[in-house]
Write a protein that binds this ligand. Structure first.
Ligand code: ADP
Length: 389
C-alpha cells in the first residue's frame, strides 16, 4: 500500500541545442490503491516518466516520493516497485516457475518453500497453474503476458508500473486482458501506474487518467471528467473514439461564423466566450444530430450537410459529411445502426447547444464545456461508469 508523488519531475536528454525536454515539471499524486493511466501520443514522455519512477532513468530536476520518502536517489532494487514491460522480458531458458521465482531468489532471504508457495499463489490468481513447468516459447502471447504479471505480483511490491503491457496482443485478447487486469488490480489493491498510447485502455481501465503531450501534463481526472470536461482542445481530441469534431470559427458575440456555416449562440455561452474572437467549436460524434432539414436553419443551430461516406459498425453507423457546401468542413456523426443514410444524401446537421464545447483558438484552453445537467447520473461524475452523453 503506497502513495506515490511526483513533484516537478523533469527529464532532459542531452545538452545545449541537442537537448530534448522529455518530461517537463510533472506534478502528479497517485493515491494508495489507485489505478492511474498515463496516456498520450507516441513521444509525449510516458515511458520516460515510468522509467524515472522505476529508477531506470535519473531525473534532471524535481522529486519522486513514495509514502513521503524521497526515492529518486535510490537504486531500482531499493524502491520496492515492480515493472512489467511491453516485451514481457521473460527468460526463454527458464520455466514459468523459474521465471517467477528468480527475482525473489535474487533479492530476498525467503526459503525455497516460501518462494514456491508465493509462486503457486500468484499462478492461481492468474489462472496459469497448469503452465508452471513450461518454457515461454511454448506459451501464447496472452499466457506470456500473464507470466510477466505473475513475476511482478510475487514480489508484492508497493507499486506496479506497467508499460503498454497489452500492446503485443491481438484486439480480442487485449479487450479480455483489459478486464482481467482491472479485476486483478481491484483484488490486489496495489497502487498502479499504467502507460499506454491507447485512449480506450485509459478510459476503460483507470480510476484516473493523466494526459501528457510534449512532456507536459494536460489534465488529470476521472475518465468521465476528461471526456466531458476536457481542460483543453488537446484532451478533447485525444480522449474519445471517433474523435471530437472541431471547427475554427470567428465569434462576433452573437454568432460563430466560418466560410461554411453560422451558429447562433445562446446568451450564457456567448458570455463564456466573450472577448475571444477566434474560437474552436467542438462536438462529439454521438452528440451531433442528423435531422430532416437539408436547407439548414442557423437560428436553431441546424446546418446543411451532404453525406460523403457511411461506415457501418453494426450497432451504429459512422456518417462522414461535409457542411455548408465546403468539402473541407468535415464532420463525423454516429447514428443508430438501424438508421440508413447514403452517400450524396442532403441532410440537416444540428449541434445541440447543451452539447457543444468551445476552446480558445490560440491557446486551445477550454472556455466552455458541454452542459451536463441533462445527464442522468451527473452527480456521480467521477465515479459513475454509466454516464450517458
Ligand atoms: P513515449 O513513451 O510517450 O512514447 P518517451 O518517454 O519514450 O515517449 O520519449 C519522450 C521524448 O524523449 C521523445 O521525444 C523521445 O525521442 C525522447 N527520448 C526518449 N529517450 C531518449 C534518450 N535515451 N535519449 C534522447 N532522447 C530520448
Amino acid at each position: 500500500m503506497a502513495t506515490l508523488s511526483l513533484e516537478e519531475a523533469t527529464k532532459r536528454y542531452g545538452d545545449g541545442d541537442e537537448a530534448v525536454l522529455a518530461v517537463d515539471e510533472l506534478d502528479l499524486e497517485i493515491e494508495d490503491g489507485e489505478f492511474l493511466v498515463l496516456v498520450g501520443p507516441s513521444g509525449c514522455g510516458k515511458s520516460t516518466t515510468l522509467r524515472m519512477v522505476a529508477g531506470l532513468e535519473t531525473i534532471s530536476d524535481g522529486q519522486i516520493a513514495l509514502d513521503d520518502e524521497v526515492i529518486n536517489t535510490r537504486t531500482p532494487q531499493e524502491r520496492d516497485l515492480a515493472m512489467v514491460f511491453q516485451s514481457y522480458a521473460l527468460y526463454p531458458h527458464m520455466t514459468v516457475r523459474e521465471n517467477m521465482s528468480f527475482g525473489l531468489e535474487e533479492s530476498t532471504d525467503l526459503s525455497d518453500d516460501e518462494i514456491g508457495d508465493l509462486v503457486e499463489d500468484a499462478a492461481e490468481t492468474l489462472g496459469i497453474t497448469p503452465l508452471l513447468d513450461r518454457k515461454p516459447g511454448a506459451l501464447s502471447g496472452g499466457q506470456q503476458q500473464r507470466v510477466a504479471l505473475g513475476r511482478a505480483i510475487v514480489r508484492d511490491p508497493k507499486v506496479f508500473l506497467l508499460d503498454e503491457p497489452l500492446a503485443n496482443l491481438d484486439a480480442k485478447l487485449r479487450a479480455e486482458m483489459r478486464t482481467e487486469l482491472q479485476q486483478l488490480q481491484d483484488e490486489l489493491d496495489t497502487t498502479t501506474i499504467y502507460v499506454t498510447h491507447d485512449q480506450t485502455e485509459a478510459m476503460t481501465m483507470s480510476d484516473r487518467i493523466a494526459v501528457l503531450d510534449g512532456g507536459v501534463l494536460q489534465q488529470v481526472g476521472t475518465p468521465m471528467e476528461c471526456y466531458h470536461e476536457p481542460a483543453n482542445q488537446f484532451v478533447a481530441g485525444f480522449i474519445g473514439e471517433p474523435s471530437m469534431n472541431f471547427f475554427d470559427l470567428e465569434n462576433d458575440g452573437q454568432r460563430l461564423r466560418n466560410d461554411a456555416f453560422e451558429y447562433a449562440l445562446q446568451q450564457e455561452i456567448a458570455s463564456a466566450i466573450d472577448g475571444h474572437s477566434d474560437v474552436v467549436l467542438g462536438i462529439r460524434p454521438e452528440s451531433a444530430e442528423i435531422v430532416d432539414e437539408p436547407d439548414g436553419n442557423a437560428d436553431d443551430g441546424t446546418i446543411p450537410g451532404v453525406v460523403d461516406v457511411v461506415e457501418p459498425h453494426g450497432n451504429e453507423n459512422a456518417v462522414h459529411l461535409h457542411l455548408g457546401g465546403d468539402e473541407d468542413t468535415e464532420l463525423t456523426v454516429m447514428i443508430d445502426g438501424m438508421r440508413y443514410l447514403s452517400a450524396g444524401q442532403e441532410v440537416g446537421v444540428r449541434f445541440p447547444p447543451d452539447a457543444i464545447h468551445l476552446f480558445d483558438a490560440t491557446t486551445g484552453e477550454s472556455l466552455h464545456n458541454r452542459n451536463l445537467e441533462s445527464v442522468e447520473t451527473v452527480e456521480q461524475i467521477g465515479t459513475a461508469s454509466t454516464v450517458h452523453s
